[in-house]
Design a protein around this ligand. Structure first.
Ligand code: F6P
Length: 558
């Protein structure tokens, strides 16, 4: 029995953009392919469907693709305008149409002095000036020459931010752990849940703690509440005039930073053309620069730039971000896969899935086209995952024998930065084994032989057989990094940023706004005032009975 596990797509030509039709036809054929057979039929498959770029290696051979699939997918990418929009992004055009903004995070990682114009003005001098500011400050903290109010050096840095103002620094600091300076502890406070600030502050001394208030807008409720709570906590020990030694800000909003009481000389600026989820390359990366030093931070930027150069120059057929985007798009668009697993087999990359969740889902979780029409095709899948090999003992069962098609990106690092070679070999073995198992599966004949060897009788074999068969034929990509370094982490993040960009173009959506998060923010503001037990219950807003009931129960308990 070969079990087809790619649902044969149905042709919905009335809702599909006409450019998608050749691929939709082709997908009907592809749904009949078995990956095992594609490999058996072509000894050169791995070489053909893999490539090196900017120090990363990308194996996409375990996908339901052949030469024709790739030709059709890249033809579609061209027809949808991937190349022209890519060039428009790099040249500072306002491609974020709903906010009338340029999308220029790539300028932050361009080599010093590169000519990049935004609305006719060079931006590289401003970028370099902030990098110098970061360099000076991070050196002062790292060398111990920045003194707190008692004259002691800083030992603990608390980054207060959320979303892009938290996930980027938190993820990269974890990923670059071996490059971090001993004796400096980084903490990331994002949740408005007071348990988090309580847990972090309870272990700290105000005299040796630095707070970085990181917020592009400097208005985000969670961040501002935590920032004010941290300020009150500090003032239990230090004086108002000591605040400047212990609070710095990263923001685009100078007025709000001033109003909070932070010395403007301790504000690290960035610009509205840097989206929150693309801001790790900006001053939002300050905690990272403090942890690993400015030289490593610049290496990280150089890694991002190396991927930019590849993305701008390689033909679509040999372009890593484009191919990563197209393979994901293929399953999302034509085979109904609603989620995509990110499986980094490296403990220090454990936050990467959360980081990519924001990057992909906030960018491409949209239902309206760039020109304001309702989208008639599915956009971004759910992105999820955790570090391997833990997931194998938790949710991989569903990948192997569940009913959904879930493409996987395996990410592995070939050289370890620890002295436990046996563990490293086992980690890589598990990573490669999972992609092989998902692809191959185990058929009835193989299960039968195995059970016969265990001396089970025919009746026992018949009963167990359906449970022991793995259908296989499940797609995955594998990305290999030689070593986890600031440079390679830079290339990896930029790879995914451009993947998201390409998919956004394929879906014809604006990947750079996030209006969908606004409604909840507004309603939370209203409900906050109703939770105030001094307010009169039920008068400020008309809610549904569920929301009213929940508010009432909370008021009683608080
Ligand atoms: O609510 C979503 C969001 O705007 C993200 O896009 C952003 O990264 C996060 O909130 C934090 O925003 P800010 O840096 O302005 O505090």
């Amino acid at each position: 029995m070969t079990e087809p596990n790619l649902n044969a797509p149905t042709l919905q030509s009335e809702t599909l953009p006409p450019q998608f039709l050749p691929l939709a036809q082709h997908a009907i054929q592809a749904s009949k392919w078995q990956l095992r057979e594609l490999f058996a039929d072509d000894a050169n498959r791995f070489n053909k469907f893999s490539l090196d770029a900017a120090g990363l290696f990308f194996d996409f051979s375990k996908n339901h693709i052949n030469d024709e699939t790739l030709a059709l997918l890249t033809e579609l990418a061209r027809a949808r305008g991937v190349e022209s929009l890519r060039d428009a992004m790099f040249s500072g055009e306002h491609i974020n149409v709903t906010e009338d903004r340029a999308v220029l995070h790539t300028a932050l990682r361009a080599p010093a002095g590169a000519s990049i114009k935004l609305d006719g003005q060079e931006v590289s001098a401003d970028i370099e000036a902030v990098l110098q500011q970061i360099s000076k400050f991070s050196h002062q903290i790292r060398s111990g020459s920045w003194h707190g109010y008692t004259g002691k050096s800083i030992t603990d840095i608390v980054n207060i931010g959320i979303g892009g103002s938290d996930l980027g620094p938190a993820m990269t600091c974890a990923a670059m752990r071996p490059f971090s300076q001993d004796g400096l502890r980084l903490h990331f406070l994002s949740n408005v849940d007071g348990h988090e600030i309580d847990a972090i502050l309870s272990g700290l001394s105000a005299a040796t703690t630095l707070f970085i208030i990181a917020s592009k807008t400097f208005t985000t409720q969670e961040t501002m509440l935590n920032a004010h709570a941290a300020r009150r906590w500090f003032l239990q020990y230090g004086q108002t005039q000591d605040l400047a030694k212990h609070f710095v800000a990263v923001s685009t909003n100078t007025a709000a930073v001033k109003e909070f009481g932070i010395d403007i000389t301790n504000m690290f600026p960035f610009w509205d053309w840097v989206g929150g989820r693309y801001s790790i390359w900006s001053a939002i990366g300050l905690p990272l620069a403090i942890a690993v030093g400015i030289d490593n931070f610049r290496e990280f930027l150089a890694g991002g730039h190396a991927m930019d150069t590849h993305f701008r120059n390689a033909p679509l057929e040999k372009n890593m971000p484009v191919l990563l985007a197209l393979t994901g798009f293929w399953y999302r668009q034509f085979f109904g896969s609603a989620s995509h697993l990110i499986a980094p087999y490296h403990h220090d990359l454990q936050l990467l899935p959360s980081y990519l969740q924001q990057l992909e889902m906030e960018s491409n979780g949209k239902r309206t086209t760039r020109d304001g029409q309702p989208l008639t095709i599915p956009s971004a899948p759910v992105i999820w995952g955790s570090a391997g090999s833990n997931g194998q003992h938790a949710y991989f069962q569903l990948l192997h024998q569940g009913t959904d098609l879930i493409p996987v990106d395996f990410i592995a690092v070939l050289k370890a930065a620890h002295p436990y070679p046996d563990q490293h070999k086992a980690l890589l073995a598990n990573c490669f084994a999972q992609s092989e198992a998902l692809m191959r599966g185990k058929n009835e004949a193989e299960v039968k032989t195995e059970l016969q060897e265990k001396k089970l009788n025919a009746q026992q074999i018949d009963a167990l057989l359906p449970h022991r068969v793995f259908p296989g034929n499940k797609p995955s990509n594998t990305l290999l990094l030689e070593k986890l370094t600031p440079f390679s982490i830079g290339t990896l993040i930029a790879l995914y940023e451009h993947k998201v960009f390409v998919q956004g173009v394929l879906w014809n959506i604006n990947s750079f706004d996030q209006w969908g998060v606004e409604l909840g923010k507004v309603l939370a503001g209203r409900i906050l005032s109703e939770l105030d037990t001094n307010s009169v219950p039920g008068v400020s807003e008309n809610h549904d009975s569920s929301t009213t009931g929940l508010i009432a129960r909370a008021r009683i308990a608080m």
